[in-house]
Design a protein around this ligand. Structure first.
Ligand code: HEC
Length: 166
């Protein structure tokens, strides 16, 4: 009759145990690979942590996804009210803009006549033009500014009849 003995021992102690078993007349001694069992507690903890992370991530991102919370990012040009050249609806002129037909601007009636120029207004216009416009329209206004090559269509010739105030 054969009797099997299963001994679960430390890796280091196993040669000694094997020797003792052989000396005690064991018919055959075999070493079995240790089967690594995943500790169920560690597994539960791992699942709980992953679940918690998923819930936290969803809690943070879903309010933004469904527009419950919004971060006011600077908006793009395409999101502005007027997105194309001469395309309506036009935004009203800002309050500080130079009035062309008196203090009121009417969206249905385009600017028709400008205020008569004075030495002051010409000087102010020159300063503003040289600050904001000349890089594209050129120092003399003919559309040969340094950046003009980057545009299609090119900056218009502001001295042409086409761009004179109608
Ligand atoms: C970044 C380059 C750039 C700057 C700066 C710039 N422009 Fe222009 N401008 C253009 C281009 C390009 C066009 C032609 C656009 C088109 O035809 O679609 C244009 C067209 C115009 C037109 C003709 C619009 C029309 O309806 O025909 C006027 C007037 C004008 N610019 C005035 C100005 C004034 C005044 C300034 C400064 C306050 C200025 N621009 C600054 C590039 C520029």
């Amino acid at each position: 009759m054969d009797i099997g003995v299963l001994a679960q021992v430390d890796e280091q102690a196993s040669p000694q145990v094997e020797k003792i078993m052989r000396e005690s007349g064991a018919h055959d001694v075999q070493r079995l690979e240790e089967t690594r069992r995943i500790n169920s507690r560690a597994w539960a903890a791992f699942v709980a942590i992953v679940a918690a992370l998923v819930i936290v991530a969803a809690g943070i991102s879903l309010p933004f996804f469904y527009d419950v919370l919004r971060i006011p990012f600077p908006s793009q040009m395409v999101e502005q009210e007027s997105i194309g050249y001469e395309q309506g609806p036009r935004l009203a002129a800002p309050a500080e803009a130079v009035p062309v037909q008196g203090p009121f601007s009417s969206p249905v009636q385009p600017a028709s006549s400008s205020f008569p120029a004075t030495a002051d207004s010409l000087q102010r216009g020159k300063v503003l033009y040289n600050l904001h416009c000349f890089v594209c329209h050129g120092i003399t206004g003919v559309g040969d500014g340094r950046l003009s090559g980057f545009f299609v269509p090119k900056p218009v010739d502001l001295t042409s009849a086409q761009s004179a105030i109608r």
